[in-house]
Design a protein around this ligand. Sequence first.
Ligand SMILES: Nc1nc2c(c(=O)[nH]1)N[C@H]1C(S)=C(S)[C@@H](COP(=O)(O)O)O[C@H]1N2
Ligand SMILES: [Mo]
Length: 213
Amino acid sequence: MKRDIIARKERWARTQGQRPQDEKIADRRLPPGQREVPNFPVLDLGWHPDIELGRWRLRLLGRVDHPVTLDWERFQSLPQIESTSDFHCVTAWSRLNLTWRGVPFSAIVELAKPHSEAKYVFFKGYDGYTTNSPLAVCAAGDVLLAHSWNGQPLTAEHGGPARVIIPSRYAWKGTKFVREIVFLKRDVPGFWELRRYSNSADPWKAERFASSD
Ligand SMILES: Nc1nc2c(c(=O)[nH]1)N[C@H]1C(S)=C(S)[C@@H](COP(=O)(O)O)O[C@H]1N2
Ligand SMILES: [Mo]
């Protein structure tokens, strides 16, 4: 009798890991129009700047009390977090459960001390790429400047030495090869925002392109 119950429970437990259930869970995790991919595509302007760590600098500037230029050593001495999140590219592919390690954006804010009127952040990459987000969006606990992915230093093709990760937005909002973070009073559109991509870029609302006016 008892054995029957155990066998039934075991059978039930096995079905929990099977496709239909998994698919339902994945569906709920995928924003509208996105599909999960097993690989990690590379998307950028086609050039991966090769930056020696000894020459790498990150500048924090704009409407801040403490403009600062960080070298790699100082950057590494800042608080570090590990954060697992999903990654949604506007071209409809998503990667689930990417584990990043790096400096939380909150540590950058604490260091630079933006003025109260600084409501926007403008990011620049070593490849000339730019993008923008409200400071409030960057304040989420899972926003970070990642230098590692899955326990390995970030490769140049995926944005090393360090890239910005903003899980709540489409991936174009996260600058690879980040070089400068500017705190601004007014919003300034970046590379894709100037090319009619959505400024707000919320994947859950499928905000892919700027609405035509
Ligand atoms: N510096 C820089 N960052 C960038 C881009 C870029 O062209 N240059 N492309 C963005 C876009 S559109 C996407 S989808 C992601 C792609 O990151 P991946 O190449 O690691 O997949 O980087 C974003 N960050
Ligand atoms: Mo993208």
